[in-house]
Design a protein around this ligand. Structure first.
Ligand SMILES: [Cu+2]
Length: 340
């Protein structure tokens, strides 16, 4: 009977079960509360209805009663809060070593670019069981990347990166929607996520790549003259970018920031916003000179300069919800020369 009327979308990611469990819990708690209130309303209206000759008794309050109805809800709300926070932080923190996909949204399509080089439009192929990190930005207005089967929805904003991630658990084809009204053809801004068995995915991957994104980034890096200042020794006018990504950077004004995707992006578009300690603010802005795709390639390239040995790139703070501090990579070489 419910074949054409599913109560839930497919559960096809590791997050789906967690989100649903919390949702069902909220439903049960609200349902019980509603039932309790309704029963009380009906019972009290019968039991204490107005009767001839009976005067209402004045009650001065009851400490035990008030404590009870304060403490029990507090407990319930703390459970909801903790549970919600756990599910939220899990969904906000891409695991290290995720496969990376750059997403550029525009009216009215999704452009997807795998770090390995494959480009797709309105379709994203991913393997089952692998963590996939999405590094997303918009070329025009605000969009939102929504995959109901993964219980994943993240706004995609112009001028910055937002991060999302998922691990698909079931092969299949799932809907991708834009969930933020973005103009007349918003409803047509749809696509699909194709989840494949690893072997199938490998053979899909081997077809038609133009080489890794970081390689195109390297090309742009020399074409735009970044190499003249950012050399691989200490003689350049700008910092050596090797090992910078994912590490804390000490700034001129004494602040320390983690070099995540948004930091690299800002360094290119608005170099004066965060000046690296010990350097002059001589870097020109590249605002208007690079497309979103080129920016993604440059970010991928800068990231690849830190990838040797270990992937340093997985520490970006999604949507800047967590202060950077202790999340910085902790292994051996993390104390770069720019850190005190
Ligand atoms: Cu949209």
């Amino acid at each position: 009977m419910f074949d054409n009327f599913p109560l839930w979308p497919d559960r096809a990611s590791t997050a789906a079960g967690n989100v649903d469990a919390l949702f069902i819990f909220l439903l049960i708690v609200s349902g019980l509360m509603t039932a309790l209130i309704f029963t009380a309303v009906v019972y009290f209206s019968a039991r204490y209805r107005r009767r001839r000759g009976v005067l209402a008794e004045q009650i001065e309050g009851s400490t035990p009663l008030e404590l009870t109805w304060s403490i029990i809800p507090l407990g319930v709300f703390m459970v909801i809060f903790m549970w919600g926070a756990i599910v939220y932080f899990k969904s906000r923190t891409p695991p290290r070593d995720s496969t990376e996909v750059y997403v550029v949204a525009k009216q009215w399509m999704w452009k997807l670019e795998h770090a390995e080089g494959q480009r797709e439009i309105n379709e994203l192929h991913v393997p089952v069981g692998r963590d996939v990190k999405l590094i997303m930005t918009s070329q025009d207005v605000i969009h939102s990347f929504f995959v109901p089967a993964f219980r994943m929805k993240q706004d995609v904003l112009p001028g910055r990166y937002t991060i999302a991630w998922f691990r698909a658990t079931k092969p299949g084809t799932y809907h991708l929607f834009c969930a933020e009204y973005c103009g007349t053809q918003h409803s047509g801004m749809i696509g699909s996520i194709v989840v494949m068995e690893p072997a199938q995915y490998e053979s899909w991957m081997s077809g038609g790549s133009t080489g890794p994104l970081s390689a195109s980034g390297e090309k742009i890096f020399s074409e735009l003259g970044c190499v003249t200042c950012h050399r691989t020794d200490t003689q350049g006018r700008g910092p050596n970018l090797q090992g910078v990504f994912g590490k804390p950077v000490l700034l001129e004004d004494g602040r320390t920031v983690v070099a995540d995707e948004n930091y690299v992006r800002e360094s290119i578009l608005d170099p004066g916003a965060k000046v690296v300690n010990g350097f002059k603010p001589v870097m020109p802005t590249f605002q208007g000179l690079v497309s979103e795709e080129q920016l993604n390639a440059l970010v991928a390239y800068v990231k690849s300069l830190s990838a040797a040995g270990q992937t340093g790139g997985q520490t970006a703070n999604p949507a800047s919800v967590v202060p950077a501090s202790s999340k910085a990579p902790s292994k051996g070489s993390s104390q770069g020369s720019q850190v005190q």
